[in-house]
Write a protein that binds this ligand. Structure first.
Ligand SMILES: Nc1nc2c(ncn2[C@@H]2O[C@H](COP(=O)(O)OP(=O)(O)OP(=O)(O)O)[C@@H](O)[C@H]2O)c(=O)[nH]1
Length: 376
């Protein structure tokens, strides 16, 4: 039995080490919390084994506290990967309170063991509940959640057994079927949990890469490549227009070089950020908005009637000037060109026509939108 316990312990330590070597641990990441969980398991069982040799009351209490802290780390891992609020106070308070209760109860072995198993089992089930509910379709959630649930149920079963039938409850180092099953289940849940959270880590990294590849970091809008791809698909890539009511709008901030020169580059960046924010707030979620480059933005307005376009254009001019006045203390305006995308027209052709209109707007004195026939 001791050999099996040592195997679980070494397994937890090796997996924890492998996480550091293989993935590298960023502070406050989900995997870092899981690493604490593995170390907590190893420390807890080491202390429980040591307690059978020396200082039984103190070491057993420290062991139980470490196992409970390890269960808290498991809940923390789930919160970090699922972007849930972290119940910090509970995560710290439960192991500490359990330590005190266990030490106080320990002359009574049955009560102390029952309280420890009850608390740790409930903590583990809490973590598995967080994992199993929430967004569907995330494979790793099931792997980690089911493994934790099995472990939690087994720990609670031990609590019920020791409190209800203390005479048949085996000491944890006795080679009893209950102990063997518990340890094998624990080991399986540590391995499956590690695999599941590694998948979670990979998914998160993949999502971050997709975001980086498709969004403009300054404004949070689609970058040019992503916008072109999505707009091309929305227009049916020229093979017959999928949205005959679509209007393409190209905007360019006026005298932006002057903003940079007079107020500095960081203020210029802030103007770009506020432009992105204004476009996101004023336009509908179904409209496609991107940063085309520098201080130029591109918008594909779906199903945009002439009257609606006129109102929208006025709102955009007002909203951008107002937002910059409010935040930076000066007005910023833009010139724009708009065209209604024609049936069968490619995106590149529509952009070229909108650019011509934008050029007209700049030359007509800026702070206005020029429209090709059919927009209004
Ligand atoms: N702060 C900041 N400036 C940028 C960024 N990208 C491009 N610019 C600046 O935008 C300015 C564009 O200048 P111009 O092309 O002369 O345009 P403009 O001054 O707006 O003049 P008009 O378009 O004719 O009204 C340049 O000074 C670029 O350096 C950026 O990401 N941040």
């Amino acid at each position: 039995m001791i050999t099996l316990l040592m195997a679980v312990l070494v397994n937890a330590l090796l997996m924890s080490l492998a996480l550091v070597v293989g993935v590298g641990i960023r502070a406050r990441s989900g995997l870092q919390a899981w690493q604490f969980m593995l170390l907590g398991q190893a420390a807890g069982f080491t202390l429980l084994i040591a307690a059978t040799l020396v200082l039984p009351r103190l070491l057993a209490t420290l062991g139980v506290t470490a196992l409970s802290a390890s269960a808290s780390a498991m809940v923390l891992t789930a919160c970090r990967f699922l972007s849930l609020p972290v119940p910090r106070r509970w995560l710290v308070a439960v192991p500490l309170l359990l330590g005190v209760a266990h030490f106080a109860a320990l002359p009574d072995q049955v009560l102390a063991t029952g309280v420890a198993n009850l608390t740790i089992g409930a903590q583990v089930l809490w973590g598995s509940w967080l994992l199993l509910q929430g967004a569907a379709g995330v494979r790793w959630r099931w792997l980690c959640g089911v493994a934790a649930a099995a472990n939690g149920v087994m720990t609670l079963a031990r609590a019920v057994l020791v409190l209800g039938w203390p005479a048949v409850y085996p000491n944890f180092i006795t080679p009893h079927p209950l102990n063997l099953t518990s340890l094998l289940l624990l080991n399986a849940s540590l391995v499956l949990g590690t695999m599941g959270f590694l998948l979670a880590h990979r998914d998160a990294a993949e999502q971050a890469l997709v975001r980086l590849a498709s969004l403009d970091t300054l404004t949070g809008l689609l970058n040019r490549r992503e916008w072109m791809g999505r707009a091309g698909r929305a227009l049916g890539s020229g093979a017959g227009t999928a949205d005959p009511g679509a209007v393409l709008l190209m905007l360019d901030l006026d005298h932006f070089k002057r903003v940079n020169d007079e107020h500095g580059h960081p203020v210029g960046d802030e103007v770009l950020r506020l432009t992105g924010e204004t476009l996101r707030t004023v336009l509908r979620a179904s409209d496609l908005v991107g940063r085309y480059g520098g201080e130029e933005f591109c918008v594909l307005l779906r199903q945009c009637e002439p009257a609606a376009f006129e109102r929208l254009d006025a709102r955009l001019h007002e909203a951008l000037a107002g937002r910059c006045r409010e935040v930076l203390g000066f007005d910023v305006n833009f010139s724009a060109g708009a065209v209604r995308v024609q049936a069968g027209e490619t995106l590149a052709a529509a952009i070229a026509r909108a650019d011509d209109q934008l050029y007209r707007a700049k030359h007509a004195g800026r702070a206005r939108t020029c429209c090709a026939d059919g927009v209004l």
